[in-house]
Design a protein around this ligand. Structure first.
Ligand code: DGL
Length: 275
């Protein structure tokens, strides 16, 4: 790859919907000069309840779109797509780096709590594939892992109901299921793009000694290290550009996306596309 040709190209970030904006925000905080293009496949959200075949097909189509736009690196911000299709997307992107969110999240948990027990909160598909379990166990043979599918927590975040009684009782119910047979955890991995929004509500329920791991910031660090080692960091000191692509519902994208991003978005910030 020729660094001088490619450093101006944007980083492509892909998610099934708006949740991956938590990852975009972390990348923006770490690398403010980078141009970013975000694709949310809002027409087909949620991926978490779909079959691996469908998820792979959707992820491949979204990747093709971003590749066609011209990007220097792809971030698969969706945990479900990372769990199901990362190898296929790496092959598709050829020599360009592809970074998923599962490995950075697993690495952060294992480094902070070596030999510890970890509870992974994720979508059905991510849990079914045991993606975090495999990643954690390959890093730390002594680790104990439990995975809990929490589909209603995706809906809570989508609705903006991230605090209050309803959020608390749904979170409590999932944590109760996950604590069966006296499972006591050292870390909780927020293994879904939407769950960082529920962090405060989870924090209020679990003991202070439990580490909450959000893979967004660790992923941003991996992105930064990769660009640095490839020599493809953008040279300009000017703020990078931001582009938002969605496959459906610009109004909803702007409304819910604003919550994830922590800044206001309007319809006109969102370009509707077909995959
Ligand atoms: N983006 C998905 C994830 O991180 C959550 C939403 C969905 O199911 O599509 O797993």
């Amino acid at each position: 790859m020729n660094a001088s040709t490619n450093s101006e190209l944007p980083i492509g970030i892909f998610d099934s919907g708006v949740g991956g904006l938590t990852v975009l925000k972390a990348i923006r905080d770490e690398l403010p000069h980078e141009n970013l293009v975000y694709l949310g496949d809002t027409a087909r959200l949620p991926y978490g309840t779909k079959s691996p075949t469908s998820i792979s097909r959707y992820a491949t189509q979204a990747t093709a779109k971003l590749k066609q736009q011209g990007i220097k690196l792809l971030v698969v911000a969706c945990n479900t797509a990372s769990a199901v299709a990362l190898d296929a997307l790496r092959a598709q992107m050829n020599r360009l780096p592809v970074i998923g969110v599962v490995e950075p999240g697993a690495t952060a948990a294992v480094s902070a709590r070596p030999g510890g027990s970890h509870l992974v909160l994720a979508t059905e598909a991510t849990v079914r594939l045991g993606a975090y379990r495999k990643a954690i166990e390959s890093l730390d043979a002594a680790a104990i892992v439990r995975e809990q599918a929490c589909e209603l927590m995706v809906a809570l975040a989508e609705e903006g109901w991230t605090d209050g009684d309803i959020a608390a009782s749904i979170i409590r119910r999932y944590l109760h299921e996950a604590s069966e047979n006296d499972f006591d955890t050292d870390s909780i991995i927020l293994g879904c793009t939407h769950f960082p929004l529920l962090k405060e509500s989870i924090r209020a329920i679990v003991s202070d000694r439990v580490l909450l791991v959000d893979s967004a910031s660790t992923t941003a660090t991996v992105v930064s290290q990769t660009l640095r080692s490839n020599g493809t960091l953008r040279a300009s000191e000017a703020d990078g550009s931001l582009r938002f692509l969605a496959t459906d519902g610009a109004t909803r994208f702007a409304r819910v996306g604003g919550l994830f991003l922590g800044q206001q978005l309007s319809n006109s910030d969102v370009e509707l596309i077909d995959l």
